[in-house]
Design a protein around this ligand. Sequence first.
Ligand code: ZN
Length: 343
Amino acid sequence: MLETSIAGSLPRPDWLAEPETLKGAWKLHGAELEAGKRRAAADWIRHQEDAGIQVVTNGEVFRSHFVHGFLEGLTGIDWQKMTRMGIRNNRYELDVPTVVAPLGRPAPVHLDEVRFSRSQARGRFKFTLPGPMTICDTIADGYYGSRPALAMAFADILNAEARDLEAAGVDVIQFDEPAFNVFMDDVKDWGIEALHRAMAGLRCTTAVHICYGYGIQANLDWKASLGNEWRQYEEIFPALNASRVQQISLECAGSRVPLSLLRLLPDKQLMVGAIEVTGTHVESPEEVAATLRAAAEHVELARILPCTNCGMAPIAWDTALAKLRALGDGARLLRERRQGWTG
Ligand code: ZN
């Protein structure tokens, strides 16, 4: 009951990379860098387990960006041809590489880190991959000619990768699709089709993470512009409920998402974000329990999986650790209390 997990990323420690920023530069090189990544992952896995997080990740400490970390292992992408691109419908700008030829995956991209991380985790292990639509919103296309065509090409490559990772013992494969909250028509037109293609044939648990983005300033400004009620999920949840993905990760803590929208996902397990990913406030276990309890007003408790709103990569290391503990403690609090109420 109330199986806890996190959306995915955790801060890379300040001895490993420039902290508290998106895409902070590595501070180590060569063999030292590889050893450092492993040490950071093992530390985070242990901290998650100590905090009572039941489905752990490696904190995504092996990559400097959640999309580009995967793309770096593929062929067909020109990293010298960087294009400054408006991301998520021009919410912020990022220098992105360009697809210049048919995409290929000469070898598994994340297999080594997954084998190592899997060996460190005592319980269930989740691995996150960028979703095809979000990749297409984070790279320039100089070859395929349309976003759906590019997305399907990425989906096939993601599927090959996901199968390799499943075979290495990953229990949950999660595709991160923050773009689903921005291009709602595309989700219905081709986004879910691409997601299905990426997860085809998988026997492990499948999940999709749809959020309002990291707690970086551009996202905070965007959220402030969305009005009193954030209803983006309302447009895509019916289609997602009809999809084959099993778990849906969404943002509930400190957000203006009406929790009644959870009712649009009657057939899914819901990773309810009960931890904000801004660095300014550490939730108390009481606050976490209250967020989860509020979600349980709308959906059965048995389908609720306590989670963070999004990745915590850009926030301070100590803050992220405190938030992990609050999440574990808050879920524990609710498990103890549920004897007392009938909801
Ligand atoms: Zn997110």
